[in-house]
Design a protein around this ligand. Sequence first.
Ligand code: NAI
Ligand code: PHE
Length: 352
Amino acid sequence: MTEPWGGEEVVERLDAETGTRIFVALHSSRLGPPTGGTRMMSYADPASARRDAMRLAEAMTYKWAAADFPRGGGKAVLSIPPGLPPEARPGLLRRYGSLLAELSGRFWTGGDVGTSSRDMDVIAETGAPYVFSRTPERGGAGGSGGWTALGVFAGVEAVCERLFGDPSPRGRRVAVQGAGSVGGALVEKLAASGARVVVADPDEGLVRGLSERLGVERRGPSELLETPADLLAPCALGGVLDSVSIPRLAVRAVAGAANDQLASADDAELLRRSGVLYAPDFVVNAGGAVAITGIESLGWTLERARQAVRGIGDTLRLVFARAEADGVTTDAAARRLAEERLSAGPAQPFGR
Ligand code: NAI
Ligand code: PHE
C-alpha cells in the first residue's frame, strides 16, 4: 500500500450480534463506482483488518485501471471472531447487505477469500442491488475463480514467451501455491497444457484430489516457495514475496493470482535484482473481476468475457516492454500504466 493511503473513505460498522467488525474501504471512484470483493476471515486485531481492506481497495483501483475497465477501487473486510458458528453467518451477511443498500451504490461487491456465490445470494436477499457473482440460479454469473485462473494462464503464457520465446507452458515446471478456487482451476489448465505442475496447500484433501486426478506432484506448504521450477504461481494469501523469501526462490518468474504478493514496494526491485521476472499481481489476477462484472453489468457474452480475460496476456506484454524501455521494475511499469489511465479519467464503457 502506498503511504499515506490516497483513498476516499473507510466506512466502519460493528455487528454487535456476532462481534464482527466491518470495513468498507472506498479507494477511488475516478473511473467508476468502487467495486471489489468481500473478504471474510479472522484478523489479529481491528487495525489489521482495516489496513487489509484499505490495501486491497487500492489494489482494486490499479486492477481496474490496468484492465481498462470502467470501475473504481473498493474492498470490504468482515473481520469475524474465530470460531463464528455457521448458523450466525446468514444473519451477519444480511446485516452487511443492509449496509450495502444504505451505501446506495457507493460500493459494489463480489466474492473473495472466505465468501462464495451462495453468500452473495444471501447478501442480495436484502435488496442490495450491488452484488456480483451470485449463483446462476439467482441470476448471477457464478464464482470468479475459473475466470481468474484463465487470466493467470494467459499471464503464464506471456511470461513463457518473454523468457523462452514460446508461449506454451508445455514441459515447463510450474509451482502453484494454493489449490483453492483459483489455484485448483489453474492446476487443471496447466496440466492440460502439458506443464509439469507441483502444488501445495495445507488442505490435504484438495492436493490429494488434484494429484490423483491429474498426476501432479505434491509439496508441503512450507517447501513450495523454495521448489526449483520455471515459474511460481502464488494463489493463496498476500505478502509472500519479501526480503526473506525472495533470496530463496529457485524460479525464473512469478505469475499468480494472490492479491498483494509483494510485502513492500522494495520487493519488486529485489526480484529484479535476483533475475526473477515478476508479473504484477493486479494485472494478472483481474480475470474474475473483469469477466463477472462485464457479464453482469455490461451485458457481455461468455465469448466477449473470454476475449477480455485473454487480453491480460497482451497487457502483460506491454508492461514487460515498458519496464525494459524505462529501466524500471515490472511493478513500477504496471503502476505507471494504471496511473496514466486514472489521470486520463473515465473511458467509454467498452464492449457494449
Ligand atoms: P481460496 O480460499 O479458494 O483458496 C486459497 C487456498 O490457499 C486455500 O485452499 C488455502 O488452504 C490455501 N493456502 C493457504 N495458505 C497456504 C500456504 N501457505 N501454502 C499453500 N496454500 C495455502 O481463495 P481463491 O479464491 O482461490 O483466491 C486465492 C488468492 O487469489 C487470494 O489471495 C485472492 O485474494 C486472490 N484472488 C482471487 C480471485 C478470485 O476470483 N477468486 C480474483 C483475484 C485475486
Ligand atoms: N475477488 C475479486 C478480486 O480480487 C473481486 C471481484 C470478484 C470483484 C467478482 C467483482 C466480482 O479481483
